[in-house]
Design a protein around this ligand. Structure first.
Ligand SMILES: [Zn+2]
Length: 272
């Protein structure tokens, strides 16, 4: 059994065949799919979608790249939605939140201080409700860590993690698992592959980030990633570590259930 800890199954890329994509993942042994929100407009969408998908779970949050068009009042809307979701077994985390300081060419991303304000406010919410967070990390590791240290132990998943060995150790030391996905399948992704092989296995979880970050074996024109690619990602991680895919599946599933404590209830709800 595998758990896709990060999948944007609500994305428009899946509009034509969302249920088939979910059924295919289930047939491949993917028993849990965590669907993060990115902005107020999709809070209800991910909640309803998680209930329609076998093993579906969801997170609520405002993504750093959506902060520019978010209103301050969206944080109040998030709080209300989180409070309402606390009784829902499929609700597992605050996310996707974080900081994105990757600016290709010209400065096009949301201003840094506004990103930091939304991130800090959502960390405070996670702390208040005792929820883990799903972190978007891009060229922002040290600032993410600075805020995390201020908020006490929150924990969760550093999704699509890349960074130095020291930064990886800092995240795992704060109770975060590192999300390993499609990027790890590229031979040139040396740093990510080193995290995959050298990080203690207890700190790793699997993810696809579908429809994004297609693994190396998806070639044009079929580059759309899907949660059913997760077994291939597990096999790649197993090969990098010299382990069996079964052992990787067992360990990463246990890790996902540890860093997302509410996920066990979501998976149990899927049995009903
Ligand atoms: Zn994402």
């Amino acid at each position: 059994m595998l758990i896709d800890t990060h999948c944007h199954l609500d994305a428009a890329e899946f509009d034509a065949d969302r249920q088939e994509v979910a059924a295919h993942a289930f047939s491949q042994g993917v028993r849990g799919i965590v669907i993060p929100a990115v902005e107020r407009a999709n809070f209800a969408i991910v909640r309803e979608l998680a209930a329609r998908v076998r093993g579906g779970a969801y997170a609520l949050g405002i993504h750093p790249l959506y902060v520019a068009r978010a209103a301050d009042a969206d944080l109040d809307a998030l709080r209300a939605e989180v409070e309402a979701a606390l009784g829902d077994p499929r609700f597992v985390a605050i996310g996707e939140i974080g900081l994105d300081f990757f600016v290709p060419g010209i400065a096009s991303g949301p201003p840094r201080e506004r990103q930091e304000r939304f991130y800090a406010a959502q960390l405070a919410m996670a702390r208040e409700y005792g929820l883990p967070v799903l972190l978007h990390v891009r060229k922002s590791q040290d600032v993410l860590l600075k805020h995390l240290r201020r908020h006490g132990r929150i924990g969760g998943i550093a999704h699509a993690f890349n960074g130095s060995a020291q930064q990886a150790a800092a995240f795992t030391g704060l109770g975060f698992a590192l999300g390993m996905g499609g990027a790890m399948t590229y031979a040139r992704a040396l740093q990510i592959r080193r995290h995959a092989s050298d990080t203690a296995l207890e700190h790793l979880v699997l993810e696809t980030d579908a429809p994004d970050i297609p693994p190396a074996w998806l070639h044009p024109p079929h580059r759309r990633n899907r949660p059913g690619e997760l077994p291939g990602i597990a096999r790649e991680l197993a090969a990098l570590r010299g382990m069996t895919p079964e052992a990787v599946a067992r360990a990463t599933t246990a890790n996902a259930l540890r860093v997302l404590p509410r996920l066990a209830a979501a998976l149990a709800a899927a049995q009903d």
